[in-house]
Design a protein around this ligand. Structure first.
Ligand SMILES: NC(=O)c1ccc[n+]([C@@H]2O[C@H](COP(=O)([O-])OP(=O)(O)OC[C@H]3O[C@@H](n4cnc5c(N)ncnc54)[C@H](O)[C@@H]3O)[C@@H](O)[C@H]2O)c1
Length: 370
């Protein structure tokens, strides 16, 4: 079976490597030449535990190759970005471009799987786009099932680790079964079959669930500030109740998913998604709120040193991705005046400290005071 993975980022590259490690012939496609070069030299262009080894083996044995254009394949996996625009509207331009790029190559029997997190209805839009580009082929919803030139479509939200369960949303029952057979190559968890709209929605509500719960904890932290109560103690006490499990408040929400995906629901159902929208707004506001507190506290000191603990958006990842620390750095920077050398990450636990403080320490070190 030949698999073409379009988009070799955090999701596409491990997925491509995983399939290659199961002896499939995998062509990885990316529009970024640097990514293609890195992959073909057997090196991931980002840090991910164990990925380098998996990928190097796949490239060395010739089972994984990267290039800029798709090829004719049995399976296409789309793992391109799905960001939002300035007005929090989904930006599906990457998906659309990826679909255009595979359209000339899909053939009778191809399975096209969208792994990108997407608004409800995206898989159907892909079918429509492909049906227009390839009228001689049959796509679910566009020509009767069973047509001899059928192409199969499904949405399977990303869950790379083989042990994880997977949700598989076919555009038809047969599409779901075809996609399930593809993932059967490496998924050791359970595969749950559903339709593509439900699968799209499931991924969005998983992340919205997290966002809403984080927003609750963040809202409590601001209420507690006002009422002069220690929020940590209050939450700890409340969590003694067997049916209460409040999360820990934080400075906002980072990452590729939780801070993005709820907007896809809000955009599709603005009048109905009031909790989801409010939660997003609370979590965004919490970042400004903490910035203001940091500024207020910092101005009490003549030469403040500000340390940010934790640059990445969750444990054990090597990337900041939408971490709220960026707005802090912007907000706090003017406190230091000019010339300002900026705040730099020192390591992943004590992540950032003012450049000016570092400079002062270096000077003190030179004068033998440390
Ligand atoms: N990163 C995560 O932890 C994570 C988790 C869950 C879901 N997702 C979802 O997975 C999808 C991909 O995310 P990612 O983090 O891998 O993105 P990424 O930015 O790391 O990688 C995307 C890759 O796609 C390439 N690309 C863009 N347009 C292309 C095109 N037309 N043809 C070929 N390549 C193209 C880019 O050059 C890039 O290398 C998104 O929908 C994201 O929301 C990501």
């Amino acid at each position: 079976m030949k698999i073409c993975v379009v988009g070799l980022g955090y999701i596409g590259l491990p997925t491509a490597s995983m399939f290659a490690s199961r002896n499939f012939e995998v062509i990885g496609v990316d529009i970024n030449e640097n990514v293609i070069k890195a992959v073909n030299s057997g090196q991931a262009h980002f840090r991910e535990p164990d990925l380098d080894m998996l990928m190097a083996a796949a490239v060395q044995t010739g089972r994984l190759k990267a290039q800029s254009t798709p090829v004719e394949a049995d399976v296409y996996i789309l793992a391109v970005p799905t960001p939002f625009t300035d007005g929090h509207k989904p930006d599906l331009s990457y998906v659309s471009a990826a679909v255009n790029s595979i359209a000339p190559f899909v053939k009778h029997g191809s399975v096209v799987i969208l792994e990108s997190t997407s608004p409800v209805g995206t898989t159907e839009k892909i079918a429509e786009q492909l049906a227009k580009a390839r009228p001689e082929l049959s796509f679910p919803g566009y020509k009767e099932p069973g047509h001899e030139n059928q192409v199969f479509l499904a949405h399977c939200p990303e869950r790379i680790l083989p042990g994880n369960d997977r949700i598989i949303g076919g555009m038809s029952t047969l599409c779901g079964k075809k996609a399930e057979a593809v993932y059967g190559a490496f998924v050791m968890g359970q595969c749950y079959l559903t339709d593509c709209r439900t699968a799209e929605f499931v991924k969005l509500i998983e992340n919205s669930f997290r966002d809403v719960n984080i927003a609750f904890a963040n809202e409590l932290s601001m209420i507690c500030d006002k009422l002069d109560i220690d929020v940590w103690e209050a939450i700890q006490m409340a969590n003694k109740h067997p049916r209460v499990d409040i999360l820990r408040p934080g400075p906002g929400v980072g990452g590729h998913c939780i801070a993005v995906d709820p907007w896809f629901i809000v955009n599709s159902s603005p009048d109905e998604s009031r909790i989801i929208r409010t939660a997003r707004e609370i979590n965004l506001h919490k970042t400004d709120y903490v910035c203001e507190r940091v500024k207020r506290l910092a101005t009490r000191f003549r030469d403040p040193v500000i340390a940010f603990y934790g640059l990445t958006y969750k444990n054990d990842v090597g990337r900041p991705a939408r971490k709220p620390v960026a707005p802090y750095r912007r907000a706090v920077r003017p406190l230091f005046g000019r010339p300002h050398t900026g705040m730099r990450a020192l390591d992943q636990s004590l992540a950032t400290i003012s450049g000016r403080a570092q400079q002062r320490r270096a000077e003190e070190g030179r004068r033998g005071t440390q």
